[in-house]
Design a protein around this ligand. Structure first.
Ligand SMILES: [Zn+2]
Length: 176
């Protein structure tokens, strides 16, 4: 079973498929680096959105997403995209920042991160507007994707320095 990360124009850009265990490793390095780089609540929202995608909660193979589901804002899309690309680039360089043993070969992991970087790089303002309209359309039937739940205060795991969700620390929960 695997998790799929989709570009809305997947015919052109393809779909990323990661096994359940690979998903955990990729998400972990993104969450570790993202928690370090997110200096505002708004940026933290993206990292928490990802960290909330716990397979123990939603099920194995159920935490994939479409890029349009990320908590983008229509006005600040370009800035948010730059932030996410920065998180991915940092993850490619720093990987787990030495805070955790990953169990995946660094070059394999860098390849996965590069696949994700290319997918986001090719996600445009227009893709977001299309995704936004679709979300509005689906609102009445319960919508799609997972809304981000923001904790009243941003706190970090004392061991891994990652932002804590309502489920706790993603790294403690999945890699320890
Ligand atoms: Zn932790």
């Amino acid at each position: 079973m695997s998790n799929e990360i989709c570009h809305p124009r997947y015919e052109e850009y393809g779909i990323i498929q990661w096994s359940n265990s690979r998903t955990i490793v990729v998400f972990s390095v993104l969450i570790i680096n993202g928690s370090r780089l997110a200096k505002t609540r708004r940026k933290a929202e993206f990292i928490l959105w990802l960290a909330q995608r716990e397979q123990d909660v939603f099920g194995l193979g159920m935490v994939g997403f479409d890029l349009g589901d990320l908590p983008w804002s229509l006005d600040d899309f370009e800035k948010e995209k730059i932030f996410l690309l920065k998180v991915i680039e940092s993850a490619k360089e720093e990987l787990g920042c030495g805070v955790v043993k990953l169990g995946t070969h660094p070059e394999v992991l860098r390849g996965d991160l590069e696949d994700l970087r290319m997918l986001i790089l090719n996600f445009t303002d227009e893709d977001l507007r299309t995704a936004y309209l679709l979300k509005e359309e689906l609102k009445d039937i319960g919508g799609r994707g997972l809304p981000v739940e923001m904790p009243p205060q941003l706190e970090k795991c004392k061991i891994h320095r990652v932002l804590l969700t309502q489920y706790g620390c993603y790294v403690c929960n999945n890699l320890s």
